[in-house]
Ligand binder design. Structure first.
Ligand code: M6R
Length: 612
């Protein structure tokens, strides 16, 4: 949530800041702003997207070799020009951008008002910049020391960048529980919330650690200290990312590009981890812990949103194949409960971004209980990747569209590999079935390609539901979490209210909603519950609901019962979600485009939810 950029060096900061903000816009787009240091501090900020900010900045064309920028996802205060970042100190000399939440801002604000401070915005961030200035003038200390003193008083989560007109060639950054990356250039420094704006400038980065402050000054070495004022050795990492991964590559939206990338991203996730000919799977991150996991009392899978849905499928996979008990819990619930977790358990944290605040907090919460914590993450070097004891990357590449698509199927691929490897270690599968699973998994990328080729058919079906107010998604077994995911995709990007249900639960309530205006999307590929699905479809038709079924190739019976059908290639049941979710992603995408929605940046959402 919220994107931060900064630059200090020899170049003009303004274009670097604007480009950086465009790259980070997926993190929040309620408002955007920049501050550039020249003879004084030029602060320009505007409600809305970076494009709105550009209309103003283009006229001013601010010059200066240091600056900070921000794209906002509103927490404290409405999205408007005043609440937009950067925020300035009382004397206007210090400006600050912030990602996170300052929980004790009301107490701090009251104390500062008593000292004569006047606030113009409703934000917690403005309180912090006033506090920094208060210490700077009171103790006559350098900027970094006044930042450190101010942060001693702050409770909450933050990544901040501070610039001071009195020391214009210096930038001070600090973080606690919100991400911040420093790019090392040639006598220059870049800062961003994640690596995406940095890659066009440098590949050498330092991920600032929790409770660290860094001082960035051209001509000097990067200086990092802990909040306790102890010098820290920066650990320089080489970014493994290509610029073209951050572009739309000819597609109208990132979401469509990412849906179409899935044959490659699924294959990338399996690369070096599966050999169909020799019939083995091997997750390097799992190997040292294989015995501990295979003998675990239980696995607790946690995550949020789409990652939580992937976790539910993980439960079906790991219990079904490896016979290890699994529970799946929302990270936002786990973090505030007092769960019974002990050293014989394994907690698996799933996250695309690796920065989701609830998932991070859940990990911290269960850490002292002695369980092994295993991360399944996409973004390399992210906070969750760093705080977990062990883990595997899903290798989906940067996912920019707010609606998660390719990360979901890569998570499922990783969980399938994990379940198969655990099953092998436990000896719970017949060898022939083990071989079949591996062979089928290796075929998934081709089968996804086959579904993507049906895009036009799916687009036509989207036309028939684009004006619906509600939609119901039904699935059984492995397809039940896919129904949840399909409903989430539709609601988050098209704003149509949608619910996912286990198909059999329909008659316990949702059936009351069904009439001729209700599209019901039925995931009907499970051979094990085929007759039951047929009955569910008949029940919907009996109430005049419109049935759109996702069926296995060649299935005539359900096709005839349905108003519309999308045929997908056959596979074995545990791997079905990897295929059945793809038409649902395309369906949501086309409906949202037809409704004129901003597919990549849906209202009120942000890609990386780094606040509670
Ligand atoms: O980065 P994470 O996987 O931890 O994110 C979790 C959710 O915020 C995310 O999946 C969200 O639900 C997506 N918008 C779904 O498309």
């Amino acid at each position: 949530m919220c994107g931060i950029v900064a630059y200090v060096g020899q170049k003009n900061a303004y274009p670097i800041l604007i480009n950086g903000l465009k790259r980070l816009e997926y993190r929040g787009y309620d408002s955007a702003g920049i501050a550039v240091a020249n003879d004084n501090l030029t602060v320009i900020k505007k409600k809305g997207k970076v494009a709105e900010l550009l209309k103003v900045t283009q006229k001013i064309d601010p010059h200066g070799t240091s600056g900070i920028g921000h794209t906002r996802w509103a927490t404290h205060g409405a999205p408007n020009d005043v609440n937009a970042h950067p925020h300035s100190s009382r004397d206007g000399k210090i400006a600050l951008v912030h990602n996170g939440i300052i929980e004790n801002c009301d107490t701090l604000r009251k104390a500062l008002i008593k000292l004569g401070h006047v606030f113009v915005s409703e934000t917690d961030t403005e309180v912090l910049v006033h506090l920094i200035q208060e210490y700077k003038t009171r103790y006559r200390v350098p900027l970094e020391e006044s930042v450190r003193l101010a942060l001693e008083k702050v409770v909450g989560a933050y990544a901040i960048v501070v610039i001071d007109q009195d020391e214009p060639q210096k930038i001070v950054v600090a973080r606690k529980a919100s991400p911040l990356v420093i790019g090392l250039g040639n006598d220059e420094f870049f800062v961003a919330s994640d690596a995406t704006p940095l890659i066009e400038h440098t590949k050498a980065v330092v991920y600032l650690q929790d409770e660290e402050i860094a001082v960035l000054e051209p001509g000097k070495k990067l200086a990092i200290k802990s909040f306790q004022n102890e010098p820290q050795k920066p650990s320089i990492v080489e970014l493994d990312m290509k610029l073209e991964e951050l572009e739309k590559g000819g597609f109208p939206h990132f979401m469509l590009k990412e849906i179409h990338q899935q044959p490659e991203t699924i294959a990338d996730c399996m690369r070096g981890r599966l050999n169909a000919k020799e019939a083995w799977t091997r997750l390097g991150g799992l190997e040292p812990y294989l015995d501990r996991m295979a003998k675990a009392n239980r696995l607790i899978i946690t995550g949020c949103g789409t990652s939580w849905h992937a976790g539910l499928i993980g439960e079906y996979l790991i219990e079904g194949l490896a016979r290890i008990p699994v529970e799946v819990e929302y990270a936002s619930e786990l973090r505030y409960r007092n769960p019974v977790i002990n050293s014989g358990d394994v907690v698996v944290a799933l996250s695309q971004s690796g920065e989701t605040a609830d998932t991070l907090a859940a990990i911290q919460h269960v850490k002292e209980k002695g369980a092994l914590i295993y991360g399944i993450v996409n973004v390399v070097g992210s906070s969750i990747a760093r705080v977990t004891d062990a883990g595997s990357y899903i290798h989906a590449g940067p996912e920019i569209g707010v609606a998660s698509t390719k990360a979901f199927t890569a998570q499922l691929t990783l969980l399938s590999l994990m379940a198969i490897q655990l099953a092998k270690a436990k000896g719970t599968l017949h060898h022939a079935y083990y071989q079949e699973l591996i062979r089928e998994l290796s075929e998934i990328p081709n089968k996804v390609r086959n579904i993507l080729a049906k895009d036009e058919v799916i687009k036509d079906i989207a036309e028939t539901i684009k004006d619906a107010s509600n939609a119901l998604y039904l699935g059984r077994g492995y397809n039940f979490p896919v129904a949840l995911e399909g409903a989430l995709k539709l609601k988050e990007i098209s704003y149509i209210h949608a619910e996912g249900y286990p198909a059999a639960e329909m008659k316990h309530g949702p059936i009351a909603l069904i009439d001729e205006n209700m599209p019901v999307i039925v995931l009907a590929t499970n051979m094990s519950a085929y007759d039951k699905i047929v009955s569910n479809v008949q029940e919907v038709k009996a109430r005049k609901g419109m049935v759109i079924s996702i069926i296995s190739e060649g299935d005539r019976q359900i096709k005839e019962l349905s108003d519309y059908s999308i045929e997908i290639p056959k596979t074995i049941e545990p791997l079905t979600p990897l295929l059945s979710v793809v038409p649902l992603q395309l369906l949501s995408y086309h409906v949202a485009v037809m409704r004129g929605c901003n597919v990549d940046q849906p209202r009120n959402l942000a890609k990386s939810v780094t606040v509670e």
